[in-house]
Design a protein around this ligand. Structure first.
Ligand code: UD1
Ligand code: CA
Length: 494
C-alpha cells in the first residue's frame, strides 16, 4: 500500500461538556501541558491526512482560536443548531472539498490518549477490507453510558444502540462503541443524508449509519482495541485527572526508555513536549513542564519545578522553581532558588540558595551564591556577587538595568541602584550602596567610616551581662599585655 494516509480526519469538539462544571470549554482543559483537543489534533496530524477538520459549536470562538494556534492548517467547521455526532460529521464534510473519496476517520476532541499509530492501523485495516465502516470497540468494566455493539448470530455488527435507546437485553451487552471510526467517504456522505433525529435524545446519531450500511448489504467491521486508555474520553474532572496521570505515566516511561534515570516515577511529572538527555537523574517531587529541554548527565530535583526551561549538559538544579530560563552546561542552581523569566546562567555559573533572578544574564563561571535579588542585570564572566547583594532595579516608576563586568567582585550586603555599570575587574566593598558607576580596577566604598567609642558599654549598659563580659575580657587582655611585656623585657635583656 503506497498511501496509508487517510483522506480526512474529523475531530469532533462541538459538545458542551456540562459535567466538567467549568467556565473553560471541556476540550481546552489540559493534561501533560496540552489541551485535550490539541492532543487529538496532534494524533490526527501525525497521520498526515489530506484534510483535517475540527468541528466546533460550544464556546465556538475560544475553541476555534485555540485550534488555529495549535494547528493553523486545520479546517474549523461550525456545527449548526442540529445536535448530534452525525450532524457534526456532516458539517465537517460540508466544509471540506466536495466529492471527497477515500477513507474518512472520525475521532473525538475529548479523547486525548489516542495515538497516530492507532489511527493509521485503523485506516490500513479499513483500506484492506474495503468495508463501509471500520470501528474501534472496547469492553469496559462498566459499559453504562456508551453505545452498545449489537452483533448478529454470525458475529457481524448489526447496529450501535445508545444507552438511552437500548432495551434491557441490549444494555447487558459489554462491547461498546469507542466513537473512533474509519468510513468510506462516499458511503458516509450518502448515509448521513438519511439519518434522522427520531431517538430518545432527538439528535442526529452518527452511529445510525451502521444500520444504513447493513440495510444496503455493506459490511461493518469492529475491532476491539488492545489499549483501552486510547479510546477513553474525558467527561468530568475525575476522568481528567485519571487520564492526566496515565499520560504522565507513559511520558515518564518513555523518558526512561530514552535514557533518563527517574528515581520516583510516581512523583515525577513531565509534560508531553519535554525532552531529557541520557543519564540525567530526575529526583522525586519534580515537575518538568512546557517546552523544557534538559541535557544529558544533569541532576534535576528533588522538589523542583521547571517550566519552559533549557538546561545544558551536566548541570545540577536542586529544589528550584524556574520559568522561561536557560541554565548553561555544568552550571549549578539551588537549593531554594527562584529563576524568573529571562534568566540566563552561563556555563559553569552558579545561582545558590535563596537567590531570585529575573531578566538576568549571568556569564560563564559567574557566581551568585547566596541570598540575592538579581533583576534586570548583566553579570560578566567569572564575576562574584557577594551574599545578600540586591540589584535595586525599580524606583517605583521605572525599571533600570545594571551591569557588573567580568571578574568583578561585589562585597556582601551591597545594593546596586539601577541603572548602574560596574566595569570589568572592579570591586565593591561589602555593605556599599552603589549609586554611581565604577571604572575598571577601582574599589567602590560607600559606607561611613567606622568609629569605636571607648567605654560606651560601661557607661550606658552598666550592670548587664554585656558589661560583665567586657570587664572580664578587658581584665584578661591586660594580664596578657603585662605578661607579653614581661617576656619582651626578658627578650631585650637576653
Ligand atoms: C457517543 C456515541 C456512543 C459512544 C460514545 C463514546 C453517538 C450517537 N454516540 O456517545 O455510541 O459509545 O460516544 O464516547 O455518536 N459532539 C459534537 N457535536 C454534537 C455532539 C457531540 O461535536 O452535537 C462531539 C463531542 O464534543 C464529543 C463527541 O462528539 O467529542 C462525543 O460526544 P458525546 O456527547 O460525548 O457522545 P456520547 O453521547 O457519549
Ligand atoms: Ca462522551
Amino acid at each position: 500500500m503506497s498511501d496509508l494516509r487517510p483522506t480526512a480526519v474529523i475531530v469532533l469538539a462541538a459538545g458542551e461538556g456540562t459535567r466538567m462544571k467549568s467556565t473553560t470549554p471541556k476540550v481546552l482543559h489540559t493534561i501533560g501541558g496540552r489541551s485535550l483537543v490539541a492532543h487529538a489534533i496532534r494524533a490526527a496530524r501525525g497521520t498526515s491526512p489530506h484534510h483535517l477538520a475540527v468541528v466546533v459549536r460550544h464556546e465556538r470562538d475560544r475553541v476555534a482560536e485555540h485550534v488555529a494556534q495549535v494547528d493553523p492548517e486545520a479546517v474549523v467547521a461550525d456545527q449548526d443548531d442540529v445536535k448530534g455526532t452525525g450532524r457534526a460529521v456532516e458539517c465537517a464534510l460540508q466544509s471540506l472539498p466536495e466529492g471527497l473519496d477515500g477513507t474518512v476517520v472520525v475521532t473525538y476532541g475529548d479523547v486525548p490518549l489516542l495515538s497516530s499509530e492507532t489511527i493509521l492501523e485503523l485506516t490500513a485495516m479499513h483500506d484492506a477490507s474495503g468495508d463501509a465502516i471500520t470501528m474501534l470497540t472496547s469492553r469496559p468494566q462498566d459499559p453504562t453510558g456508551y453505545g452498545r455493539i449489537v452483533r448478529g448470530a454470525d458475529g457481524a455488527v448489526e447496529a450501535i444502540v445508545e444507552q438511552k435507546d437500548a432495551t434491557e437485553d441490549e444494555r447487558a451487552i459489554r462491547e461498546v462503541n469507542s466513537g473512533i471510526y474509519a468510513f468510506d467517504a462516499r458511503f458516509l456522505r450518502e448515509a448521513l443524508s438519511e439519518v434522522g433525529t427520531d431517538n430518545a435524545q432527538g439528535e442526529m446519531y452518527l452511529t445510525d449509519v451502521v444500520v444504513i450500511a447493513r440495510r444496503r448489504g455493506l459490511a461493518v467491521h469492529a475491532d476491539l482495541v488492545d489499549d483501552v486508555w486510547q479510546t477513553e474520553g474525558v467527561n468530568d474532572k475525575v476522568q481528567l485527572a485519571r487520564l492526566g496521570a496515565e499520560l504522565n505515566r507513559r511520558t515518564v516511561e518513555q523518558a526512561m526508555r530514552d535514557g533518563a534515570i527517574v528515581i520516583d516515577p510516581s512523583t515525577t511529572w513531565l509534560d508531553a513536549d519535554v525532552t531529557i538527555g541520557p543519564d540525567t537523574v530526575v529526583r522525586p517531587g519534580t515537575q518538568i513542564l512546557g517546552a523544557s529541554t534538559i541535557g544529558r548527565d544533569c541532576v534535576i530535583g528533588p522538589d523542583t519545578t521547571l517550566t519552559d526551561v533549557e538546561v545544558g549538559d551536566g548541570a545540577s538544579v536542586v529544589r528550584t522553581q524556574a520559568e522561561l530560563a536557560e541554565i548553561g552546561p555544568g552550571a549549578t542552581v539551588g537549593p531554594f532558588s527562584y529563576l524568573r523569566p529571562g534568566t540566563r546562567l552561563g556555563a559553569k555559573g552558579k545561582i545558590g540558595g535563596f537567590v531570585e533572578t529575573k531578566n538576568a544574564d549571568i556569564g560563564a563561571g559567574a557566581k551568585v551564591p547566596h541570598l540575592t535579588y538579581c533583576g534586570d542585570a548583566t553579570i560578566g564572566e567569572g564575576a562574584n556577587i557577594g551574599a545578600g547583594t540586591i540589584f535595586a532595579n525599580y524606583d517605583g516608576v521605572t525599571k533600570g538595568h545594571c551591569t557588573v563586568g567580568a571578574h568583578s567582585f561585589i562585597g556582601s550586603n551591597s545594593v546596586i541602584v539601577a541603572p548602574r555599570t560596574i566595569a570589568d575587574g572592579a570591586y565593591v566593598a561589602a555593605g556599599s550602596a552603589v549609586v554611581s558607576d565604577v571604572a575598571p580596577g577601582q574599589l567602590a566604598v560607600t559606607r561611613a567610616q567606622q568609629r569605636n567609642v571607648d567605654g560606651w558599654v560601661a557607661r550606658r549598659r552598666a550592670g548587664t551581662r554585656t558589661e560583665e563580659a567586657a570587664r572580664a575580657a578587658q581584665a584578661l587582655a591586660s594580664t596578657e599585655h603585662t605578661s607579653e611585656q614581661t617576656s619582651e623585657t626578658k627578650d631585650a635583656q637576653r
